[in-house]
Design a protein around this ligand. Sequence first.
Ligand SMILES: C[S@@+](CC[C@H](N)C(=O)[O-])C[C@H]1O[C@@H](n2cnc3c(N)ncnc32)[C@H](O)[C@@H]1O
Ligand code: SF4
Ligand code: SF4
Length: 438
Amino acid sequence: MIQVMAERLEGYPFFPMKSDFEDGFTKVFNPSDGKNYTLNKSASGILHYCDGLHSISEIRDRISKATGIEADEVYHKLQSILTEIYDKGLIWIKEDRLEKQPVSPPITCYWDLSTLCNLSCKHCAVEGGDVKTDELDTKECLNVVNQLASLGELSLVLSGGEPLLRKDFFEIARYAKFRGMDLQLATNATVLDARKAREIKRLDMSVQVSLDGSNPEIHDAFRGKKGAFKAALRGISFLRKERVPFTIGFVVNKSNMHDMEAAAQLAVQLGAENFRVISYVSYGRGKSFQELEPTPQEFKWIAEKIVEMKKSLEIPVTEAEFEFCLKPGMGSDITDDQHFGCGGALGSFSITANGDVLPCSFFEGIRCENVREYPLAWIWENSPLFNYFRDLKSKDIKGSCKNCQWFLQCNGSCPAANFAYGKMLRPHVHCWIAEENK
Ligand SMILES: C[S@@+](CC[C@H](N)C(=O)[O-])C[C@H]1O[C@@H](n2cnc3c(N)ncnc32)[C@H](O)[C@@H]1O
Ligand code: SF4
Ligand code: SF4
């Protein structure tokens, strides 16, 4: 059971998983591999210290003092256990002690109002379908809106599941508008009708509509429902009628990458303002269709295609993931303390349907605070998870990124795609530059 250690683990371990402690054993669910683990008494005792505040040496000394066992012996056992749980992706290890970081108010909140959905998309990170969580009710949502308003000027993206299926959707949206928020909507557009489009217009919302193919065959197969393409186009026609600005969101994957250009052309014909290519992340239901995730070399092809498309397409296309790697980088003169990570926990955050507050919704399922238990403003400033993301530095990345000439543009890119593989703090799994991905 105990593996031979390739290298000694050093630094400050952090245990980010939800767990239940019972009779000395700890039951852990790891959302990135979808597996349950039962950790024995020794491992459970160690986990208690894996809060980012204790180094491995400090944990050794505490255990040695408490048990009277020689420090060397404790250290050996500690390394074995930590290696085992580290290899399962259950702990993350940073170089320095976790420190609370100063932070400005957030700029964007992504709020998954419900997991309810009428489609069953292969990639869906939130596994949209049934209402399967203990969702916030209307009163609780209105309370969240009040708390969001107190955070300052905020752009609020209402998403899901399919947010338009919530009966109180417009009640919540209207109140958020009244409280001064700039509103955006992420929708599959299939249940959009004239009345909803008028209301969206009245609320001055901008909209992202998902369209993952230029034809029903590709879109419907990916979205798990026949007729989804036709219904989305119908929904878009109501937005057009009301002159609501909208973007087409296209989740690029192996089943549609060769259709990307045609989908972009369709976006132009439909009157979209932008074409946004979103990288496939193997999370949630997407984990079961991991074979759809493009390889790093395919991501290179996608980036090159996007650069080419941008030259002639009449509407803007968002920058491709790692597009900057197609041009010379800014050099490999990286200081150890360069911040690493994306905007999650720095400028943006997510709220799940049951009120969990996360740096990004692709981390749904890990240990975090909930709006039912803590005020949002407190969570934003004090959550250990949020501070962990804010405190990540270039020296925390393990592997080839350290010498990469694109690090200053990349900053490790999207940690969520790596989390989905249990490879946090490693070179990005989509990157075609990293030695580890070749
Ligand atoms: C979760 S959906 C909710 C809104 C709406 N139901 C829809 O499909 O547009 C929000 C966005 O996340 C994208 N998305 C969902 N799962 C994803 C994944 N595993 N990887 C990348 N994007 C994903 C969807 O395609 C959509 O653009
Ligand atoms: S991606 Fe959107 S439409 Fe598809 S199942 Fe998830 S929530 Fe529903
Ligand atoms: S993931 Fe690492 S190797 Fe790849 S571009 Fe970013 S810094 Fe460079």
